[in-house]
Design a protein around this ligand. Structure first.
Ligand SMILES: C[S@@+](CC[C@H](N)C(=O)[O-])C[C@H]1O[C@@H](n2cnc3c(N)ncnc32)[C@H](O)[C@@H]1O
Length: 218
């Protein structure tokens, strides 16, 4: 998926992936990660997710990364925050309170920019990318995040031939293949969510499974 694809989606407000509610898996499983107060959390491909505001409200330092300026600006407007804006390398960085969002390409993010990062929250990031980009994404995450980093990953799986992504189907075997070398992985919840997703039912899907993984970088 190229930058223009996502910029156009945001420009047309085609953001069916956005939820106005905090993700229920995040609510349920984040506390068990037992992160230190004030830990830095990377939220890749963050959109304008309210999950970032929730994490910041718990006292974490949130680092989002998002291509679309529209998404970043909407986040701060909707959260009623006035960000400081600066240019840093390949990014325009927006900062307010405990949230900073790097507006630019995730693949340009450096380990130095994520120094001290202790956690990762991926909801609709890995599954937003086509197969070859998923490989690059996993390799880049492994490169920029420090050992000991913990987190949650939420994926979708369905018969890929029944629908074109995004979101893409990412089966458990692929999660293991992409992330298994750099991360300890545990699937901690799996749910059949087809009945809750009428749009996907209309598009002809016969199965839709959501899975949540706990990760720890080794
Ligand atoms: C499916 S949305 C998910 C957004 C968010 N994680 C959520 O749960 O609402 C994927 C987001 O990734 C952004 N994106 C796609 N490719 C990107 C890249 N290479 N670098 C940064 N952001 C990217 C898109 O603009 C889009 O907002």
């Amino acid at each position: 998926m190229h930058a223009e694809f996502w910029q156009a989606r945001w420009a047309r407000s085609e953001i069916g992936f956005h939820s106005p509610q905090v993700n229920p898996y995040l609510l349920r499983h984040w506390p068990a990660l037992a992160l230190a107060a004030g830990a830095k959390v990377l939220v890749p491909l963050c959109g304008k997710s309210v999950d970032m505001a929730w994490l910041a409200g718990l006292g974490y330092q949130v680092v989002g990364v998002e291509l679309a300026r529209q998404a970043v600006e909407d986040f701060f407007i909707e959260q009623q925050l006035s960000p400081q804006i600066s240019e840093e390398g390949a990014f325009v960085v927006y900062r307010a309170g405990a949230v900073e969002i790097y507006c630019g390409d995730f693949f340009a993010l450096t380990a130095q920019q994520l120094q001290g990062c202790q956690a990762l929250y991926d909801r609709a990031a890995l599954i937003a990318l086509p197969p070859e980009m998923r490989e690059r994404y996993a390799a880049h995450l492994a490169q920029v995040l420090p050992v000991g980093c913990r987190g949650l990953l939420v994926t979708l799986d369905y018969p890929q031939e029944q629908m074109a992504g995004p979101p893409f189907a990412v089966p458990g075997s692929e999660v293991q293949q992409l992330l298994g070398a750099a991360w300890q992985l545990e699937c901690i919840e799996a749910a059949d969510v087809l009945g809750d997703n009428w749009k996907f039912l209309q598009r002809g899907l016969q199965r839709l499974d959501e899975r949540v993984y706990r990760l720890c970088k080794v």
